[in-house]
Design a protein around this ligand. Structure first.
Ligand SMILES: NC(=O)c1ccc[n+]([C@@H]2O[C@H](COP(=O)([O-])OP(=O)(O)OC[C@H]3O[C@@H](n4cnc5c(N)ncnc54)[C@H](OP(=O)(O)O)[C@@H]3O)[C@@H](O)[C@H]2O)c1
Length: 163
């Protein structure tokens, strides 16, 4: 299973229900990686998307505790266990844990590949991703620096170190 995320220098990922900064190059990369695949998101992340609509061209699995919640075009699950049951019909490599913080933390242990876009700046944040460098994960690849709107970032790939 994969996780995909964009973080700032402090591993911040969001503020007041939104991303820290909109980087067109990163959104394109996210789309390329996830198109035709399954994205697993929390209810709050779904509601942060334009029009609160699911991502096109992807299977959107949304997790909420609210059994009466409705979201057109999404598979709704009411617990992690429920989500894992639904995910059995998909190949592990096709699954992208896509946030927010609560969902990343809950599915962290099940992920072996992490696509992390690292912004080389600090933003004010109220949501964070676990610091992979402190968790026995190894960065196996990073891109050359990219720049959007004067913000520099790199695409990185981490894998869980084999024991
Ligand atoms: N930088 C990035 O790559 C990135 C990616 C995605 C999101 N984000 C940011 O992350 C922030 C949102 O993160 P968040 O942690 O506040 O919210 P979230 O993880 O998107 O959603 C939290 C909600 O998910 C549901 N949920 C979580 N665990 C559950 C479980 N075990 N069983 C059932 N439902 C569960 C609950 O929904 P109910 O309250 O409906 O029960 C909970 O309130 C936003 O700022 C967003 O922009 C950043």
């Amino acid at each position: 299973m994969n996780a995909i995320v964009v973080v700032d220098k402090n591993w911040g990922i969001g503020k007041e229900g939104n991303l820290l900064v909109h980087l067109p190059g990163d959104l394109k990369y996210y789309k390329e990686k996830t198109l035709g695949k399954v994205v697993v998101i929390g209810r709050k992340t779904l509601e942060s998307f334009p029009g609160q609509k699911p991502l096109q061209g992807r299977t959107n699995l949304v997790i909420t505790r609210d059994e009466s919640y409705r979201a057109e075009g999404c598979i709704l699950c009411n617990s992690k266990e429920d989500a894992l049951e639904r995910l059995k019909e998909f190949e592990d490599k096709d699954i992208f844990i896509s946030g927010g913080e609560s969902i990343y933390r809950e599915f962290m242990d099940l992920c072996d590949t992490f696509y992390v876009t690292k912004i080389q700046e600090e933003f004010e944040a109220d949501r964070y991703f676990p610091r992979l460098d402190d968790m026995g994960m190894e960065m196996v690849w990073q891109s050359e620096p990219c720049e959007d709107k004067g913000v520099t970032y790199r695409f990185c790939k981490y894998v869980r170190e084999q024991l």
